[in-house]
Design a protein around this ligand. Sequence first.
Ligand SMILES: [Zn+2]
Ligand SMILES: [Zn+2]
Length: 817
Amino acid sequence: MLPNRYDFREAEPRLARFWELNNVYGYDPAGLGQHFTIDTPPLTVSGQLHIGHCYSYTQADAIARYRRMRGGHVYYPMGFDDNGLATERFVEKTIKHKATEIGRDAFINACLELTQQTEGRFETLWRRLSLSVDWRYRYSSISHEARRVSQWSFIQLYQQGLTYTQFAPTLWCPECQTAIAQAEVNDASLPTRFSTIAFRLPGGGILPIATTRPELLPACVAIFVHPDDPRYRHLIGKTARIDSGAFSGSPELAVPILADELADPSRGSGAVMCCTFGDSTDVRWWHTHHLPLRAAIGRDGHMTGLAGSYAGLTVQQARRRILTYLEETGQIISEETIEHDVGTHERCGTPIEYLHTRQWFIRVLDQKERLLEAGRKIRWHPEHMRIRYEHWVEHLQWDWCISRQRYFGIPFPAWICRACGETMLASLEQLPVDPQTTQPLVACACGSTDFEPEPDVMDTWATSSCTPMIIGRWIDDPAWFAQHFPASLRPQAHDIIRTWAFYTIVKSLYHTNDIPWREVMISGHGLSADRRKLSKSKEHNEVGPMEIMEKESADALRYWATTGRTGADSPLSPENIATGRRLVTKLWNASRFAESRLERFTNGARPAALLPTDRWLLSRLARTIAGATAELDRYEYAAARAEIDRFFWSDLCDNYLELAKARLYSEAGAAHYAAQWTLYQALLAVLKLLAPFLPYITEEIYQGLFRQWDGASSIHLASWPSEQPEWIDTEAEAIGETLLGLLRQVRRYKAERGQSVGAELASLRISGHLQPAQRASLEMAMVDLKSATRAKQIVLEEGAEDGGSQMLKDNELLIEV
Ligand SMILES: [Zn+2]
Ligand SMILES: [Zn+2]
């Protein structure tokens, strides 16, 4: 029995408890048949969840539900990425102290406590949104298992020569005071002062040098010109000078003029200063020309002692002071403001520096071909997202820097021998290990037992890139690993193709020589109503997802989340959410009506006495099932749902229920049963087809009405509607089109006369050249046409084929077909 009304506020939490108590989404690893493993994105634990998260996670959930109904054993764990810079910044903001202020141990404890609380809140929200996760497999990237996998991965890579440490120029965030990877750098275009400085040449004369970074002058080690530039060819090998009393330890700075093809004669004056380091070209020159290292900027973003009296100033302060000094000493030729591309740290927006530091890297630059080939073995949905991956791989400039000078991360499982400098690695049985508190199990090869713990932690991507191996129990359960790796599907957003997708492919190739997943579904971003990205790092005043679900229902929020094409961004749309709510209401009303008409119904084999209207609807239904199934197989959930929506609103509700109404209201007989049977098939199929999108309303109706016949304990464990090719009936579709055409004309006729749809029509005459079979079918459908048009009599007559309709006399309509 369906209750009188559907109140989602009462029903949704109740149904969520029902699923939990009955373990509806429980994964059975021993289940026979196909297993479908989803490599879920572990949520970054860095604040509140916003609707952007609901957007992409709902899309993946719709696929999980579809796969489950298709009979797959769906292994759908949920992860939390709770270490790394994003989490640290969240904790610093919450406790209002920087990590450096409270010390390593206290800070790590604060991180552990806050992430625990936050993950609990996230789980509550996910359950309300109804992600069909098996929560027994919840994992986090700081867990015992994840640390073990992550550290073992590092050890393996070290032993294979795929990771190395070196002192080298590194991308550095002075705000976060850590090295970062190329993938964490965003390009920003900022207005910048472009100053042309006058360097003095020997024997008089000026060499103009344009720069956006005059504060790097104390770090200037050379000036480069193109070897073929006729303006400067004669200067190669000479020395240029500038007065530097205020900003360096000596009254003047003398730098050699060198030649290199990378100096672009068309940029600025064509002569460029090389500082250690202003950009990646400086790094290359420094390498190829064996230039000295002069570090003018320290790890904290302040000027070093090299900057003379400006030591200790920030980069910005030093830039202003040096420009003033150059102006006052007549060493500036010209100035303009230009739009200049600046690399910024994605977490904090601070312009990055290039500092010479010791870091750990994973090799990728010499593996591009292999990485591209792996990308081609994976099926990308939508397909064009593979291009983004390839573009990233092709344009890699740095090996993957994985060390971070931070606190809340997984430590490197390594020590350095104080006697001989060798790196000592932990052994598997020690993992996870904190080298700060644990010693190696054996002495160094040199005999020493005096070790310096590796001070850095690994970047969080070094661990989250192992998620297929973490959920696959890579180290400790080979049978499980064989069953769950490669995973079936990786769902993720497009902005982390260059990080999460790329890094996961790297790790998977290096450790297994295989791809990490067979398919990847890329989601777009759920945007705020005014199309802003709801970035987790920014403040936003958007209504939170819990508020929306309490006001509009989880089903309605999920409806919005599954409306946009796979991979496309969608702004939050109140109209779309309202459409979702209307669909919920319409499903409820249609089901209440069906319940009243399905009294004493027993489901059986297809009746022989189906009317053309029934066969038309079943044919449309068969096409809808086939279409939606094909779209879901291609991960085009929105296209699938659009087909189902169309069938439900138009074919079933607007048309079939009107046409078959009289038969449904009659008490008994073959025609009555045919209509009951057809309605039952169509509505049950619609509910099942919509179950991945609207899990609550479909379950409520299934439990109250259909479970008695269909028999599954939950609609989410019922089987997906099977395709019914034998229902496809082109002849019935043609008759159906004719009937709908007639119905439309009668409705228009009534509307034009201000009559209600249910107003009686005295007579309806249908005229045209009809084939005998057509005529027979139409005659069979007369009962339905009478019911839908409320015509007292319908006459079929032979006549001309002009098309159109005309009023004969009052309330008598002639329609030519
Ligand atoms: Zn930063
Ligand atoms: Zn040693």
